[in-house]
Design a protein around this ligand. Structure first.
Ligand code: SF4
Length: 167
């Protein structure tokens, strides 16, 4: 199976969310945070289109790649779940490396707060990522959806009503 950036991101947030996403159950278009994030992506840096390339390779899609400096720019709405965003960016760097691009680096960008966070790939992630891939494949191919996690982050999740309806 092709593992996407969202698979990696959701794997680090909630295995139920990962399973729902992979199995085509989606509420992405109606959730306010997602709509806000999409708008942010389209408007944060309107001048970028000429400088950056969209890259689609091995199931991943990188919206803003600087081929000259080999830098991935990943735009996020907030840094609340930054560990998952960092993991997603590590995965993009790993896939680029796996396809022969030497020494790519990444930058997480938060336009609302004007913050940036540089991300590089180390041997720690190179060793961990095949394990993430195996674990993701195992989770998403299970016949049953993993249980809810009952964490504060659930209130910001697009699956919140689906998960907690009736409670
Ligand atoms: S609402 Fe919570 S339990 Fe449900 S998918 Fe989202 S993060 Fe997971």
């Amino acid at each position: 199976m092709h593992i996407t950036g969202k698979h990696i991101n959701y794997y680090h947030i909630c295995h139920r969310k990962l399973w729902l996403f992979h199995n085509g159950i989606s509420f992405q278009h109606t959730h306010a945070n997602v709509a806000d994030g999409t708008l942010l992506h389209q408007t944060a840096y309107p001048q970028r289109a000429a400088r950056f390339r969209e890259v689609q390779i091995a199931g991943i899609k990188i919206d803003f790649y600087d081929p000259q400096d080999r830098v991935i720019h990943e735009i996020k709405r907030s840094d609340k779940l930054e560990h998952a965003s960092v993991a997603q960016l590590h995965y993009y760097l790993y896939v680029l490396e796996r396809h022969g691009i030497e020494g790519p680096t990444g930058v997480l960008e938060y336009p609302k707060s004007r913050q940036t966070h540089a991300v590089t790939l180390t041997d720690v992630e190179r060793a961990a990522i095949p394990e993430w891939e195996s674990a993701i494949e195992l989770i998403v191919t299970k016949p049953e959806c993993p249980p809810v996690i009952n964490k504060p982050l659930c209130r910001q999740c697009s699956y919140y009503e689906f998960c907690y309806v009736g409670e």
